[in-house]
Design a protein around this ligand. Sequence first.
Ligand code: GRF
Length: 207
Amino acid sequence: MDDRFPAGVLISGRGSNLGALIQATADPAYPARIAGVISNRADAAGLLLAKAASLPTAVISHRDFQAREMFEIALTDQLNRFGAKAVLLAGFMRVLTPRFIDSWAGRLVNIHPSLLPAFPGLDTHRRALEAGCRIHGCTVHFVVPEVDQGPIIAQAAVPVLDDDTPETLGARVLAEEHRLYPAVLAKLAAGVLEIRGQRVAERARER
Ligand code: GRF
């Protein structure tokens, strides 16, 4: 039996972060496993990655629900059926309501392709180039109702090169995302993260 910490992953598309998490959890010594993957889009490429790794998957389309709340009740029901103890948003393109977020408080995290609080929202690599940033990167944070805010758990920075395009810069950031998200899930699984206001502290591991 796999008694590692069970995490649910929500996706909407490509799923490369999901792929990195799948790779990390393939190591039996890694402290978490993926309990299941939910996509709100049936055509999300990430679903194929999950299936190839024999992970439970579900498609729950927001279009099938009249109200956001009903969609989210379906998400929570499915996450509970998976036995998920935490939820990782990995390119999940729906805004979640405070009710859903509160019900997963301290157990719901997101990865964002910028060094927050700079560049919340979309198109972050182009905006970082336009702003003349010399460093850029990615952030994993606890989710709060305000989009792309919430206590920051970890960040990784990359240099911005003179000849960068949004694509080359984005690829450099994505490589860091793939390192950062599994590292954060390991900490979540170890139960060492403590939210103190807007800051996240790391407790010493219990022996
Ligand atoms: C990533 O850049 C992530 O930071 C953002 O959405 C993108 C998802 O990419 N939230 P993928 O689906 O994991 O490849």
